[in-house]
Design a binder for this molecule. Structure first.
Ligand SMILES: Nc1nc2c(ncn2[C@@H]2O[C@H](COP(=O)(O)OP(=O)(O)OP(=O)(O)O)[C@@H](O)[C@H]2O)c(=O)[nH]1
Ligand SMILES: [Mg+2]
Length: 630
């Protein structure tokens, strides 16, 4: 299998990064007019370096000027190893140190040190510089890195350096990651007749010609028209490769540096991320709670605030790691484990960096509990992390588990049986489900206690009561499960405990039964509900409940605005009509003759029969919807 690597050139301004890149690759990475004129690098420049059957290597040459740290960070974000360039005539300078800090915060673990311009110094000075370099590299990731001494103009030492780089790369293992395709875009331009081309280094997965992709965070669908690597057309490009992609379905205005090209919904779009933060040792000012910061991650840089949960400020030289959160002014597309740099906007200074523990975080309370939760998310086993994350978010999709928590498919398939799948691809914890079940039963029970005459609680009421805390899919799942287990029953939209039937309160029982008897006795010519209950001296709240009771237990129906009619009366009228019409179509007039009713009672009665599905009105006629015996 091929190995793809990107080497970053880092170091102080004018120390010879671009010249060394040219000596190694033959390519001048200072392509911009301004770069050539001023003899200074501004944007990261890319050059193919090794093209062998088993090894493909590119170099990214970044600017050294302190004004262009932003570009430097974007340039080295995707590199595998670094070459730290130090000029023999100057030695270690401020950006030598700053670049070193940034590289180590970004998690770069390996590299080489190259002393350039060796022809510019005599032996004596060289010895002094060398001592200084060694001292400055102590306790950095380059402490034991091999050191090479070259002159990029005369090419002294260049062949040896080339061999050393190849040797080093052949022995580096690229960590295996199974994430879906993403490419943080660092450059957008248009080619006449072709349309939009985006460029960047593929962070994960691979891309093929013809594929449909999305540009995040805008969620714009695009098609891959063409793929190029170092100006050569390719069918596929994969992780670690610097790639240019010609996109269909998008205009130049719709995409910019910092956007991310993805294949599917694998990566969340969010403006709140949980992080582990490593402050740099010698920053000049305290870092305060909610202080503005600039986040450099992938190819994007976004303003935001740092939010601590266990302190209100961080002292200078407080050299510890902190779990905290970034609240961002714009949306980002990142994954767990992504490295980043934080800078203070004014006065500008790199204050530290770290990695993302949750790319799609929520707001939390200040305090120990949050810190514990974040530490668990950061350090816990995959099982602990899944549990902590579900505890927080209640329901997670498989994609969210695998991606947001950076858990492999294999680990997940082992974990899966401990989780509860509430619908395909959606998971929660059994303990959460039990909690929802208990809450639901409690709600239904207390409803029965309060409303003894009602059949049950409206399902919508349960959902609205619990949906702040639990997603509706989980509520639906719980209701279904409770019903299938015969713990509850559902009739229409009303939910009740399985063994509960509506009943009349003891102290009103006789009066209510008398009132019902009278309702039945009155038949179709029934009086107003209000008159009926005042006659029987029933207080408002009780009569209201009784009203529900009669309807829900189907002992009566709503007749018109202020009347109920007993089921007995409806049944009797129905029987008469069926008999006398012989189940043939009939008019209002016929019905009136049969039932001997006034219009005031006849019309609502016939409408009720329609509503109950016995008859249907067609023009002036009514047709029976039932056959004989029904
Ligand atoms: N003699 C000699 N001159 C060098 C060598 N490397 C670089 N130079 C000269 O030093 C100057 C700066 O070199 P660059 O390669 O542009 O430096 P850089 O590190 O890319 O600078 P920035 O990108 O602006 O940070 C140029 O004039 C180079 O010709 C070297 O090895 N020997
Ligand atoms: Mg340069």
């Amino acid at each position: 299998m091929n190995k793809y690597f990107t080497i970053g050139m880092a170091g102080h301004i004018d120390h010879g990064k671009t010249t060394l890149t040219k000596a190694l690759t033959g390519i001048n990475t200072d392509q911009l007019k301004e770069e050539k004129e001023k003899n200074i690098s501004i944007e990261p420049g890319f050059a193919p370096f090794i093209r062998e059957e088993k090894l493909e290597v590119s170099i990214v040459d970044v600017p050294g000027h302190e004004k262009f740290i932003r570009q430097m960070i974007a340039g080295v974000a995707g590199i595998d190893i670094v070459i730290l360039v130090i000029a023999a005539d100057e030695g270690v300078m401020p950006q030598t140190k700053e670049h070193l800090d940034i590289l180590s915060l970004l998690g770069i673990e390996s590299g080489l040190v190259v002393i350039t311009k060796i022809t510019q110094v005599d032996e004596e000075l060289f010895e002094i510089i060398l001592e200084d370099v060694k001292e400055n590299l102590q306790q950095t990731f380059l402490e034991d890195a091999p050191m090479y001494v070259v002159d990029s103009i005369t090419k002294k030492g260049i062949p040896e350096l080339k061999d050393a780089i190849r040797e080093k790369l052949l022995h580096i293992e690229k960590k295996d990651r199974q994430a879906s395709f993403r490419l943080p875009i660092d450059n957008v331009f248009t080619v006449k007749g072709r349309g939009v081309v985006v460029r960047g280094t593929i962070y994960d997965g691979e891309v093929r010609q013809g594929e449909r992709l999305k540009v995040l965070p805008a969620n714009k669908e695009v098609r891959v028209r063409q793929i190029q690597r170092h100006h050569k057309q390719k069918d596929v490009a994969s992780r670690g490769q610097r790639t240019a992609i010609n996109l269909g379905g998008i205009t130049h205005e719709e995409v910019s540096r910092g956007d991310v090209l993805v294949a599917d919904d694998f990566y969340p779009v969010s403006n709140r991320i949980d992080i582990v933060f490593y402050p740099l040792k010698d920053i000049h000012l305290k870092i305060k709670q909610r202080q503005p910061i600039k986040l450099h991650i992938g190819t994007s840089e976004i303003m935001g605030k740092i939010i601590f949960f266990d302190r209100n400020e961080m002292n200078v030289n407080e050299n510890e790691e902190v779990v905290c959160q970034l609240q961002l002014n714009e949306e980002v597309v990142v994954a767990r484990g992504d490295r980043f740099i934080l800078r203070r906007p004014t006065p500008v200074e790199t204050i530290g960096g770290g990695w993302v523990i949750d790319p799609n975080a929520k707001k939390y309370r200040f305090g120990k509990k949050t810190i514990e939760q974040l530490k668990l998310k950061k350090e816990g086993s995959s099982e602990d992390r899944i549990i902590a994350q579900i505890e927080e978010k209640i329901v997670l999709t498989e994609t969210e588990i695998v991606n947001d928590l950076a858990i492999s498919e294999k680990e997940f398939s082992e974990m899966r049986r401990n989780l509860l799948e509430i619908e395909e691809g959606f998971y929660t914890l059994h303990s959460i489900f039990e909690r929802v079940k208990d809450k639901m039963i409690a709600l239904i029970t207390s409803f029965h206690e309060r409303y003894q005459m009602r059949i049950g609680i409206n399902k919508a009421e349960i959902v609205s009561e619990l949906k702040q805390q639990y997603p509706e899919s989980l509520l639906e799942f719980t209701i279904d499960t409770l019903r299938n287990d015969h713990n509850i029953k559902i009739s229409n939209q009303f939910i009740s405990l399985a063994h509960v039937v509506p009943s009349l309160p003891h102290q009103w029982k006789t009066r209510l039964e008398n009132m019902e008897k009278e309702l039945i006795k009155q038949g179709v010519e029934v009086e107003k509900w209000s008159e009926l209950h005042s006659k029987h001296h029933i207080p408002t709240d009780i009569q209201k409940e009784f009203y529900y009771f009669l309807i829900q237990t189907k002992k009566a129906f709503v007749f018109d605005d202020d009347r109920l009619i007993s089921k007995a009366a409806v049944d009797q009228a129905l029987r008469k009509l069926k008999e006398h019409t012989d189940l043939k179509d009939f008019t209002l007039q016929t019905a009136r003759e049969i039932l001997q009713l006034t219009r005031k009672n006849l019309v609502p009665l016939l409408e009720l029969l329609d509503y109950l599905g016995y008859t249907k009105r067609v023009g002036n006629m009514r047709t029976w919807m039932i056959s004989d015996g029904a």
